[in-house]
Design a protein around this ligand. Structure first.
Ligand code: G6P
Ligand code: MN
Length: 457
């Protein structure tokens, strides 16, 4: 089988390839079965990396070659800057593009922070700007996939993942599935803190990407979450417990996705981010520039470790949450969700995974086409969302508001409407004034050539 990776020159491609090799990237062993011999005819034999940037492609290809050295039957790797050539004949397509690069991410952050609002790449104004840039490009890829590889399954990693998946689903239907590692990571951490085996637990998790809540943790028919919420020591033992604090988790009666810290502690976070020497995007830009200038497996590993260790560092500082736990630093999240999904589809081995798919009635608050993040049963026919309990009112409010913001982004991207872009910013709960929203649209269109389309009407 053939896997095509859009954004094949991207920094995290070696994680995926390492997992395909069945031996990880030096510090994990995946045993996924899609790579390696155990996959039989469902094994990935060819990986095609597509990226418009030839230099990034060759940097990443050289790292993959080092990873593959000495591994029998390692998937062959080809690179192409031509999307048509890369997509034709693909069985699976991973989309992990970054429109505007990390330079664009840094601009997203800077413009928002200058207006006193959050510029994070998925939450708030930064996520809207990134979405406005990315949706037209992702839509174009979706159109090409529909024409050139109509039977391919498309796994979208590209952030903002829920919004981008919904944009692609308008052309690809349920053949596109969005993924994120944060719900699985949250589930794993909460299960361990509750003394349960994550493999045996049912995670009652739902929402939008980076905007979901774990409302229950069922093991053998019992919900272990109430007991965990009562145990301050256990709550202090994992990332989300430390980020949000026992008191707020008890008030909510649920454990939110870590990205909800940007909502619940917005003012403190914006203040801290405004005074930071460098934004996350600017930091990643500098560290990755050094890697791409002299790429090697060793420098990739060192760069990746540093990225993991500093993930959400600003938010952890605001919360006084300390360092990340050692368990959270190793790889396994991002690429394992993708591999588990691919394996369930390719081998028709049923698996339950939390994925971004069209709602189809799973969550009563939203329409059938709204992409949500929800536990799904996956098999050779794709991802089938489980019906879930309605959201509590506070969560329903946020989810429906942010979904309506996403819809404004899709409208703006489809029709070049500046008015829709202003509505997207102005209606977002983390943007506190219509005047700010207008200035954000002006600022972003000035800085990003990719947003010139918003000035057409
Ligand atoms: C988490 C999120 C991803 C994000 C990644 C890296 O895994 O779920 O959506 O891409 O972190 O974040 P970073 O700030 O390092 O780019
Ligand atoms: Mn994510």
């Amino acid at each position: 089988m053939r896997l095509t990776i859009l954004g094949g020159g991207g920094f995290r491609v070696p994680l995926v390839y390492g997992a395909l090799l069945g031996e990880g990237s030096g510090d994990d062993r995946s045993g996924s079965g899609v790579g390696g011999d155990r996959g039989g005819s469902s094994r990935i034999t060819h990986v095609t990396l597509h990226d418009p940037d030839a230099a990034r492609l060759s940097a990443i290809a050289s790292v993959l070659a080092e990873q593959a050295s000495g591994v029998p039957d390692a998937p062959a790797v080809t690179v192409s800057t031509d999307p048509g050539a890369a997509l034709r004949g693909a069985d699976f397509v991973f989309s992990a593009i970054r429109v505007g690069g990390l330079e664009g991410r840094a601009v997203d952050e800077r413009v928002a922070l200058a207006e006193g609002v959050l510029g994070q790449e998925t939450a708030g104004a930064g996520g809207i700007a990134y979405g406005l840039r990315t949706v037209p490009v992702a839509t174009d890829y979706a159109r090409r996939i529909a024409a050139l590889a109509p039977d391919a399954w498309v796994i979208n990693f590209t952030n903002p993942a829920g919004l981008v998946t919904e944009a692609m689903s308008r052309l690809l239907g349920d053949r596109v599935i969005g993924i994120c590692d944060s719900p699985a990571g949250l589930g794993r951490r909460v299960a361990r803190a509750a003394g349960a085996d994550p493999e045996e637990a049912w995670f009652d998790y739902v929402g939008l990407n980076h905007l979901g809540w774990l409302r229950g943790l069922r093991v053998a028919g019992r919900d272990l979450l109430p007991r965990l919420l009562a145990d301050s020591e256990a709550l202090g033992s994992f990332e989300e417990g430390r980020l949000f604090g026992a008191d707020w988790l008890r008030s909510l009666g649920a454990v939110p996705n870590e990205y909800l810290h940007y909502y619940y502690f917005n003012r403190e976070t914006v203040r801290a981010y405004r005074s930071a020497a460098r934004t996350r995007g600017a930091f990643l830009l500098d560290q990755q520039a050094a890697f791409y200038a002299a790429p090697s497996l060793k420098s990739w590993q060192a760069t990746r470790s540093e990225r993991e260790a500093t993930y959400m560092a600003g938010s952890r500082e605001v919360a006084g949450a300390g360092e990340r736990a050692a368990d959270d630093l190793g790889s396994g999240g991002y690429e394992q969700v993708a591999l588990a999904l691919m394996r369930a589809i390719a081998r028709d081995e049923r698996a339950t995974l939390i994925l971004n798919v069209r709602n189809r009635g799973a969550l009563s608050e939203l329409d059938a086409d709204a992409v949500i993040e929800v536990p799904c049963l996956v098999d050779a026919n794709g991802a089938h969302p489980y019906a879930v309990d309605p959201l509590p009112p506070h969560a329903a409010g946020l989810v429906t508001t942010v979904k309506s913001v996403e819809r404004e982004v899709l409208t703006a991207a489809a029709g070049g409407s500046r008015a829709a872009a202003v509505r997207a910013f102005a209606l977002h709960p983390l943007v506190d004034s219509v005047a700010v929203a207008r200035r954000l649209v002006d600022g972003y269109t000035r800085q990003h050539p990719g947003l010139a389309y918003l000035n057409r009407k």
